[in-house]
Design a protein around this ligand. Structure first.
Ligand code: FAQ
Length: 329
C-alpha cells in the first residue's frame, strides 16, 4: 500500500501546525477561506511553504522531463507542418517549466537547488514521462490525453490560493489547450486512416492507459498530502475527482473514434455517476515514481547532460567565472 492510511488526517494537521503562532495561523486560514490570494511576502505556515515548493517543483520537473518523450519525435515527425507544430509544443513545455521554477523560487528555494535535486533523484516528477514513446502514435496520444489530464488538473488548481502558482497555471492552460487540439487532430488522423495507422494508435492507447490512470495520483484514502493541500486550497479537487473528470470527458471521445481501452471493467455506474475500473497497479506506480521505471535513468541522464553542457552559458551570463565573460560584456 502507498502512504499511511492509518493516520487520522485531523490529528496529523494539528501536529503539522503545532509550532505556528495561533493568531497568525487563524488570520491565514481566514484569508484562505475568503478565497484571498497569498503572495510571496505574506505570512504563511512553514508547512504551506514546504508543500508548495514540493508540488510546484515536481510540476516544473515534469514539464522539462515531459518534453523528452515527444521531443524524440521532432526529427522523425511525418511532414514539415507536423514537425513545426511539435517543435512549438515541446518548446512551450520547457517554457512552462521556466514559469513554474520562477513560481517555486518565490518561496525561497533556488533554481540551482531544484535542478540538483532533480538530477540526483531526490525530487520526483510525473510518473508518466518514464515510459517510452516508440511510435509517432505515442507522441499523438501524449499530446492529446496527457495534455488533457494536465489541463483538468491545472484548470482546477488555477483557482487555488498561492498567487504566483495560480497565475503561472492560467498562462500554462492557454497553451495546453492548443496542445490538446494538436494531439486530438493527430489521433483523429491516425484513427481514421489506414489499417496500419489505426492499429498503431490503438497500440499506443493501450500502452498509455495504465500510466494515465496513475497520473492523477494514488487513491484519496492513501494520498498523503491531499488533506492539508485541500484545506489550504492548493489542491482544489482530490486525485480521484480529477481521475473521474478525465474519464467523464475522454473515455466517450476515445470510444467515439472506434478505439478501445485496455480495461474490461471500465464502465460508468448509472446510479453513482462514477466510473468503475480495474484498480491500477499501485506497486508499479510506486516503483516508477521512485526511480525504477522503464526510462527513469535515460530521462535523468539527458537532464544531467543538458545541465553540464549548459553550465558555461549560465556562468557567463551570471558572470560567475571571469574567464567566460567576453571583453565587451
Ligand atoms: N507522478 O499525496 P499525493 C504535464 C507522489 S504536467 C509522480 O496524492 P499530491 C504537462 C506525490 O508527489 C504533469 N509522483 O500527492 C505536460 C507524493 O510523493 P512525495 C505534472 C506522484 O501532491 C503534458 C506521493 O506520490 N502535473 O503533464 C504522482 O497531493 C504533456 C503521494 O501522493 C503536476 O505536477 C504522479 N503522477 O498529489 C508536459 C500538477 N502522483 O512528494 C509534457 C501539480 C502522486 O511525498 C507533455 N501537482 N505522486 O514524495 C499535483 O496536482 C499533485 O502534486 C498530484 C499529486 C496530483 C500530482
Amino acid at each position: 500500500m502507498y502512504g499511511n492510511a492509518d493516520i487520522d488526517p485531523n490529528l496529523k494537521i494539528h501536529s503539522i501546525v503545532a509550532d505556528e503562532d495561533p493568531i497568525k495561523l487563524a488570520a491565514f486560514e481566514a484569508r484562505i477561506a475568503a478565497a484571498d490570494k497569498i503572495e510571496p511576502r505574506d505570512w504563511m505556515p512553514k508547512e504551506y511553504r514546504r508543500q508548495l515548493i514540493r508540488m510546484i517543483e515536481q510540476h516544473a520537473h515534469s514539464e522539462i522531463i515531459g518534453a523528452l518523450p515527444e521531443g524524440t519525435w521532432i526529427t522523425r515527425a511525418p511532414g514539415f507542418r507536423r514537425k513545426l507544430a511539435l517543435m512549438a509544443k515541446v518548446q512551450d513545455e520547457v517554457g512552462h517549466a521556466q514559469l513554474l521554477y520562477s513560481a517555486a523560487e518565490t518561496l525561497g528555494k533556488t533554481r540551482e537547488a531544484m535542478i540538483n535535486d532533480l538530477i540526483s533523484g531526490k525530487s520526483k516528477y510525473s510518473n508518466i514521462f518514464n515510459y517510452p514513446a516508440p511510435t509517432w502514435a505515442d507522441s499523438a496520444v501524449i499530446a492529446w490525453l496527457v495534455d488533457a489530464g494536465a489541463i483538468i488538473n491545472q484548470t482546477t488548481n488555477a483557482k487555488g490560493s498561492y498567487g504566483p502558482y495560480v497565475r503561472a497555471l492560467e498562462r500554462i492552460c492557454y497553451e495546453e489547450s492548443f496542445h490538446l487540439k494538436y494531439g486530438h487532430d493527430n489521433v483523429v488522423h491516425l484513427a481514421t486512416g489506414t489499417a496500419v495507422q489505426r492499429i498503431s494508435v490503438q497500440k499506443a492507447i493501450n500502452r498509455w492507459w495504465p500510466p494515465l490512470m496513475h497520473f492523477f495520483g494514488p487513491p484519496d484514502s492513501i494520498s498523503e498530502h491531499s488533506v492539508i493541500l485541500m484545506r489550504w486550497k492548493v489542491k482544489m479537487a482530490s486525485n480521484e475527482d480529477m481521475r473521474q473528470q478525465f474519464m467523464d470527458m475522454y473515455v466517450p471521445k476515445i470510444w467515439d473514434l472506434g478505439l478501445t481501452l485496455p480495461d474490461p471493467k471500465l464502465s460508468k455506474n448509472k446510479e453513482t455517476g462514477l466510473w468503475e475500473y480495474t484498480e491500477p497497479d499501485w506497486a508499479e506506480f510506486k516503483r516508477v515514481i521512485n526511480g525504477d521505471g522503464p526510462c527513469n535513468k535515460e530521462r535523468l541522464a539527458v537532464r544531467k547532460m543538458a545541465e553540464e553542457k549548459g553550465r558555461w552559458v549560465r556562468h557567463a551570463l551570471l558572470r560567475k567565472d571571469a574567464e567566460y565573460v567576453t571583453p565587451l560584456a
